[in-house]
Every structure is written in structure tokens, then in C-alpha cells.
Design a protein around this ligand. Sequence first.
Ligand SMILES: NC(=O)c1ccc[n+]([C@@H]2O[C@H](COP(=O)([O-])OP(=O)(O)OC[C@H]3O[C@@H](n4cnc5c(N)ncnc54)[C@H](O)[C@@H]3O)[C@@H](O)[C@H]2O)c1
Length: 341
Amino acid sequence: MSKILVTGGAGYIGSHTIIDLLDHGYEVVSIDDFKRSLPSALENIQKVTSRKITNYDADLCDRAAVEAIFDKEKDISGIIHFAALKSVPESVLYPLMYYHNNLESLVILLDIAQQRGIRQFVFSSSCSVYGNASELPVTEETPLQEAESPYARTKQISEKIIEDHAKVADMKYVVLRYFNPVGAHESALIGENPKNGLVFNIFPRITGTALGQYDHFDVFGSDYTTRDGTCVRDYIHVMDIAHAHTLAIQQLDKDADAPKYDIYNLGTGNGVTVMEVIHAFERVSGVKLNYKLQPRRAGDVVAIYANNEKAKNKLGWSASRDLDTMLRTAWQWENNKRKTS
Ligand SMILES: NC(=O)c1ccc[n+]([C@@H]2O[C@H](COP(=O)([O-])OP(=O)(O)OC[C@H]3O[C@@H](n4cnc5c(N)ncnc54)[C@H](O)[C@@H]3O)[C@@H](O)[C@H]2O)c1
């Protein structure tokens, strides 16, 4: 059984991916210092899978601490590196915090992985690397535009760091560019659970508003040149994203000819406006949402959705869950969280 190190395993996408990896026969250890997550995510993985996850509570920017973990876990065969700070507005306010955390942790991890002879590395990137793309849908070949935020720039730079390193290291690297991961595990025990009220993403803001946690939901920008004036995004169920990581690791396991550095878009291919999400939420939940139209927000791109043919053809991946399933599972998760906390 191959052992995969998941960094950021208590986070939103990391926790769902751990479940998918365990379901497909992998052993998992995690490094997460709970900067942006809670230990309860790991406890709930145990409830879903009946497997206890070893997590090391260490900052990935602390090289000595990370070295010590690799000294203990000598049989790691691959790494999936989720751990990062991910909020666009926060990165506009605190750019150095983003450059420090997201880039330093990556460089340390790549270096240690190479020294320890680990051969597989999967990296969490983002559709934000495309900026305001020149063509839609974007393929992996679409030229990257100016990053719209320091967060997006950390992902652009991270990709370049990995690409440069891949030229000299005896390892294989897969970069997965997620579009907008949303929804929750069917059990309603795992979902997006940002710490300390640091809720920036659209789905938890919508469900939080519906549950009375926030007075209203802000729609940033209603005068864009889109169908209804609001931003267009490609929302994708987090379990579909999670499974792509398992497929990427499986491909690296079995395909000796896999390129040293490869990039995949992970989106459904459907662009949906913010207003369409609001209406779908109201339909699925039966709750009327109190929303307010606000001016445009710094750092937001206008519209983006994926061409996902490469992931379909080369990884055998597909996005199987629709927008209603995304909203239903997110809504069930928020309601369950409320009942149990
Ligand atoms: N969720 C999204 O909308 C989205 C979209 C595109 C890309 N991504 C990327 O996917 C990855 C995972 O995102 P997520 O939504 O699960 O985020 P998340 O905040 O839920 O999880 C990230 C986890 O990493 C941990 N972490 C951060 N820095 C760390 C450090 N220095 N040392 C140890 N642990 C650290 C946090 O505590 C958290 O548990 C990130 O790289 C993010 O940029 C996310």
C-alpha cells in the first residue's frame, strides 16, 4: 500500500481527498498546523472511513520540523501539496504573508522531497493563474495574463518554481488547476469549515447568510459584461476535485512515460453567474436569500470556465456532480455542522 503525504489535510479539499485516497487503497499521513482549519475535520474523516489519520501539527515553513517528520515517515511515496493561504481579498491586504507562506513552504517541501527520493508530487494550483483570460473556455495552453491578486501570483510563481525544478530533479510533478471547488461530502460530516469566521468563499457565505450568520450576501459587481452583469465561474464539486488527485497519483504509479511536469484543468466546463448560483440555492434549499449588489471588488476576474478535455482524456477524470448536488451537499453540511457544534 503506497503512503501519500497530504499537506493541508485538515483543510477543505485536503480532507475530501484523504477520503478518496483511503477509498482507493492508499495510506495517508497529513501535515497541517490548523492555521485555517480545525482538528475536527480529521476526526470526521475517521467517522466516515473508520481510519485514523496521523497528522503532524507543523508549519511547512519550518524546515527543521518538516525534516523531522520525514525522518519518522520514511516510506512516503508521493506528496499532494494543498497547504496554502487561499483568500483573494486577504492576499490583497497582506501580500507578504501570502508570498511567505505559499512560496517558502513549497520550496522547502520540494527540496526535502528530492533529497528523500520521493518521486511523485501533485500541486494545488488555481484557475486564478489565467487572470482575465484572452479566450474562453481556457485550456492548459491559454496564455497566463497578469495575476489579479497576490494570491493568484503565488500560484503563478509556484507553477514556475515547480517547472524549473522538474528540469533537474528526478521526480514527476502534476499541477492541478482547480476552478471553483464547492459542495461537501455526502455524509455531511466533512465540508468547507473555515476557522475564526474567515469566510470568503461564495458557498459558505451563501449558506451562512441563509442560516442567519450574516445579515446579507454581498454580490460584488453587477455591471460586468456577462449574461446578468455578475461574475462567471466554473463551480465544481469538491469530491470530483478530490478524485482527480487519486487519478493523478495512480497515473504516476502506472505510467512510466508520464511527462515530468504536467498541468490539468479541473472544472466542469460550464460557466455560471453569481445570480444563477443564488437562484439555484433558493430552489434547492427553499430559502429566500437576502443579497445586496455591491461595487466590483479588487482582485476578481470577470469570467472564467474550463476546457477539461485533457483531464478527461489523459486522467480518465470527469466531473460527475451537477450544480444542484453541489448546493444540496453544501446546505446539508452547514445544517449538520450547526446541529452538532
Ligand atoms: N478552495 C478553493 O476555492 C481553491 C481554489 C483553487 C485552488 N485552491 C488551492 O487548493 C489548496 C487547498 O485549498 P483549501 O480550500 O482546502 O484551503 P483550506 O484553507 O481549507 O486548507 C488549507 C490547509 O492548509 C493548512 N496550511 C496552510 N499553510 C500551512 C503551513 N504553512 N503549514 C501547515 N499547514 C498549512 C491550513 O491550516 C489548512 O488546513 C490551496 O493550495 C488553495 O490555494 C483552492
